[in-house]
Design a protein around this ligand. Sequence first.
Ligand SMILES: NC(=O)C1=CN([C@@H]2O[C@H](COP(=O)(O)OP(=O)(O)OC[C@H]3O[C@@H](n4cnc5c(N)ncnc54)[C@H](OP(=O)(O)O)[C@@H]3O)[C@@H](O)[C@H]2O)C=CC1
Ligand SMILES: N[C@@H](CC=O)C(=O)O
Length: 803
Amino acid sequence: MSVNRHVHKFGGSSLADAGCFKRVAAIVAKHTQAQDLIVVSAAGKTTNRLINIIELAKQADNAAADALKGLIEFQSKLVNELLNEAAAKPILAALDGEHHQIASLLEGELNAFTCNEVLSFGERWSARLLAALLSALDCQADWLDSRQFFKAELSTQPQVDVAQSAPLLASCLADKPACRVVVTGFICSDSEQRTVTLGRNGSDYSATELAALADAVSTTIWSDVAGIYSADPRLVKDAVLLENLALAEAAELSRIGTSVLHARTLEPLARSRQKVNLRCSYAPNDGQTLIHRKGTNSHSAKIVTSVDNVVLLELTFTQDFTLNATALLEALASHHLAPATRHKHSETGSLRMAYTCELVDEALAKIDQLASQFHIQKINRSEGYSLVALVGAGVCDNPQQCYQFFQHLAEQPLEFIHSSADKLSLCAVVRKITLEPLLKDLHSHLFKQKTKLGLVVFGKGNIGSQWLELFDQQQTTLAQQHELELSLAGVFSSKAGHLDFAGLNLEQLDNTEANTPLIWPELFDKLKRHPYDELAILDITASEALSAYYAEFARHGFHLITANKHAGASEQANYTALQQAFSDHGAQWLSNATVGAGLPVQKSIQSLRESGDEIHAISGIFSGTLSWLFQQYDGTVAFSDLLADALNQGLTEPDPREDLSGKDVQRKLLILAREAGLELELADISLSSLVPEHLEALSVEQFLDAMSELDQSMLEAFNDAKRQGKVIRFLATVNKKEEAEVGLSAIDALHPFANLKPCDNVFAIESLWYKQNPLVIQGPGAGREVTAGAIQADLVSLCKSIK
Ligand SMILES: NC(=O)C1=CN([C@@H]2O[C@H](COP(=O)(O)OP(=O)(O)OC[C@H]3O[C@@H](n4cnc5c(N)ncnc54)[C@H](OP(=O)(O)O)[C@@H]3O)[C@@H](O)[C@H]2O)C=CC1
Ligand SMILES: N[C@@H](CC=O)C(=O)O
């Protein structure tokens, strides 16, 4: 029966000290199961220390013994820090024996095999110690010396012999059926059982090779970074972790010489079923990059990258330039020595090839060998170049990205640009420069991240539900127009609501139970953990209690869009402090819907004042409800019947006495007066209410039952005015002397305020510039559609300003 094994690999930096070993053991315990294979490198700098010891021994330097003693002490300390006395004892005894063993190896002939044998202790110590630590933590583990099954012959880049190694591995694993197996990375043996190392980046390669041999489902390479980013995050702070990368793209990154993954590591993927995950052992929850073997439909770069210290080899040929240059490139590729990028210049008959400094000597040696076969006349080597590349399937077919790349590179000391044959990369070679600004600039032009804006709505009544529908229709267009990611994150009524940072839609709101109680200040703890770049609160309630939290919204940097008039009409000191708080925290407070619904009243006053005008007076009819009532009331239909109509149309406040009492108009007048630069309090605006005192004390429901009690007084007021050839209208007025009043007036039947459409508001603005003939703004001043539209207009203006 086939086993769904996984391979996990931990590099030396993940095992640098006892704390790191414990972290790795915790990861293994959490992320692996019995029969999984754990590949380890030598702890911390152990391999470098062993190399140093070998060098000292080669020079017969006595310091070799001390260096070895120091290394054994480091390993013993790890054992003592990680294991209890009983578990440590056999390992310390073995270390003691190995100390002598290495010393005698160093005293003997130091050839490639004995040196490799000395080096192999690094991985063996790590594997043995991690297995013991895991077992001590009740996570049964054994360890395995990979020289028992990995077979490879000594060469510059030894390759594992799959045919020989596979059966050997199978029999090794058959001995360890029920535990995790910690396997040494980097080392293998030849046909004579001598130690061979797998060379540069050999541990990652041994992990993917082991996964291929064991038919594992995945290999996870744990290191000190979470995976592959859209750019080097040390240079480009906006770089983002890529969750997925196609194998071809990862291989291209390796091929051009970036240090992310070595090309050899990826080779076994092509002949096995495994996927490769890259994760960070220091922060396992910080995400990962999955390298998969599926093709990709992308037509754009995913990564902007660079390689420093590039060497250029320039070759000229004695004959058949095109033919020989092409054949040479093919020959180099077959020896894994293809250049990172190259440029064929037919006119001069020269081939320029860019190599990383790690590969150039090997490549040069091979070119020397092939020189006569391909009629190479001259090889010129020059140093001091860098390579800048865009990598991603289809990048070469993306005209915008290609254009951006060429534009940016044109300003640099450019040698050449080449697009890879498989369209996976666009590479430029430049004379050595400080790459950071170029990379940042390229990254921000190519991968500008969309700003994420989350919205949390309070109030889904009459206006709120209308706005939710409007938002539902316009969300996609709005996000596209402003290049934003726009999410509806929360919708609350007075007691509870839905909160989901993954985003909500109307269907969820209608068909699922509220998941979050509305309890302040606890809700702040949730809201302040939002994942967006910006969060906007939409207050579509009439709640004074909610408006008391505006300062906190500002303090958290939340933007505010409000239809609620309470804060705008609160005490001057509070109003000023709020404005200051929003401005101090870079947040916006938008309240277009509070006066005149969608009419651009506040905006016009702001614009006049910003342009240098001075507001002298504002007057008019500011209540849609009262406009609706008095434009139509002629004494034939009861006043209370018309009021019921206004209520049904969503014109009135939740409590219609707010309209009838003039309080709602009083608030609007105060909001406008402040917009005009006046400092007033509500109490400074004289008010004559239409609601008799005895009806004020009732609940909303009781008032609705009793509202016919208004009919008689309204009829009298209407008839009184009629007798004088006048009509009754509910007016508001304020002037720069800060005289302000709202109330019912009898005005001439021909007065412009007397002849509006029912529900229309009218605002007459007198100013320095509009002295004799006021600026008049007129139109529907209440109602679901226009008010939802006013809120949406504020949202659009917010989107414009933050994108
Ligand atoms: N009607 C119009 O034409 C205009 C209205 N406006 C303003 O729009 C606002 C909303 O009016 P409207 O939709 O008619 O009112 P509704 O009474 O129809 O809806 C109010 C909503 O707010 C919720 N709510 C009440 N208190 C709180 C609270 N403390 N926290 C969270 N949610 C709360 C209510 O929840 P629950 O159902 O649980 O009570 C309800 O969902 C008002 O401020 C009004 O002045 C502005 C311009 C024009
Ligand atoms: N009830 C208000 C609604 C708008 O603010 C009105 O009638 O004007």
